[in-house]
Design a protein around this ligand. Structure first.
Ligand code: GDP
Ligand code: CA
Length: 318
């Protein structure tokens, strides 16, 4: 079975780990958001690809949920001393090794897809990791104090600086990559991870070619709610949803994605049991919605969430 997952960083990684446990024989492809990518101190940083890679490789810092375990920051200290550090963004030494390797490959003319494959080949990830595009499409945040990169808004201001809107800078010139398009077209199941619906999944969907790929995919498309009981677990998804005028509610997020039969992206949707009041409304929109436990606690609970998503996809496929 070929399973393709659209994912952001930390939430996407927790779901991908569960999926790998739930479907050990499947060929899993994770298509990652690149809206958070940026150049810092001359190196290309891809926060979501790295969160996915480190988590699936088993080398993530478990306490923080991102970055490498056993990390040090000696190089960042030197950069700061030279006045080229980014005080609001942690560049660990081991992490910098990843960014340097990626940048070297890009400078040699490799695409981000090719560079990601070479970095991933070092680890036993058990999945294929793909950026959704090889083009640079950084998410910018329009604030009262000017336009800043999404990571600066997220990390430096903790999403506290009032945002007017998010902009995918360069999207009009960008395209879904050939590999990501094929991963969606050839899949038996397409899953939307419980990632940030605005700045992770929203940026993937905003990239020219993605909605078209989902619309024409033969596979059922099933999403998992990132909001449980009106709250985003770990993260500031509620703040992002407010910026685009969508309620921080599991059913509201599914309605925002829309039914595939109505020009949206979803055939099926899992929301948490405490949100089951939203089921009837979604079913009337043409989305096959079910209530299940959705806490991605590592190990069996996360695998069970993935199993439920696959079961719903199988039921939809008939
Ligand atoms: P980021 O790119 O690192 O911000 O991570 P993602 O966009 O992939 O995912 C972040 C989102 O994952 C959070 O905003 C939450 O909404 C969601 N999330 C985190 N933990 C859980 C969990 O245990 N269950 C569910 N259903 N969603 C979760
Ligand atoms: Ca992210």
């Amino acid at each position: 079975m070929r399973i393709t997952v659209l994912a952001g960083g930390v939430g996407g990684a927790r779901f991908a780990l569960g999926l790998r446990d739930a479907a050990p024989d499947a060929a899993i492809t994770v298509v990652a958001n690149v809206g958070d990518d940026m150049w810092l101190a001359g190196v290309k940083v891809c926060p979501d690809l790295d969160s996915l890679m480190y988590a699936l490789a088993g080398v993530v810092d478990g306490d923080r949920g991102w970055g490498r375990a056993g990390e040090s920051e000696r190089v960042a200290g030197e950069l700061t001393a030279y006045g080229v550090g980014w005080p609001w963004f942690t560049l660990g030494d081991l992490d910098l090794g990843t960014h340097l390797a990626r940048t070297a490959l890009l400078r040699e003319g490799r695409t981000l897809t090719e560079a990601t494959a070479q970095l991933a080949a070092r680890w036993p990830l058990g999945v294929t990791l793909l950026p959704v595009t090889d083009d640079e499409v950084p998410t910018h945040v329009v604030t009262d104090e000017g336009v800043i990169h999404f990571e600066e808004w997220w990390v430096r201001t903790r999403a506290q600086l009032p945002a007017q809107r998010f902009v995918q800078h360069g999207a009009e010139r960008a395209r879904i990559s050939h590999a990501a398009r094929a991963a969606i077209a050839d899949a038996d199941v397409v899953l939307i991870a419980p990632s940030n619906p605005v700045v992770s999944i929203g940026t993937i969907l905003g990239l020219p070619g993605v909605r078209d790929a989902l619309e024409t995919a033969a596979a059922p498309v099933v999403g998992v709610a990132p909001i449980i009981g009106g709250r985003a677990l770990r993260g500031m998804a509620a703040t992002c949803l407010a910026v685009i005028g969508v309620e921080a509610d599991a059913a509201a997020v599914a309605a925002h994605y829309g039914a595939r039969s109505q020009g949206g992206i979803l055939d099926g949707w899992l929301l948490a049991e405490e949100d089951e009041a939203g089921l009837a409304g979604l079913r009337s929109l043409g989305i096959r919605a079910e209530a299940r436990p959705l806490l991605l606690t590592p190990g069996e609970p996360a695998a069970q969430v993935a199993r439920e998503a696959l079961a719903l996809a199988a039921a939809i496929a008939g």
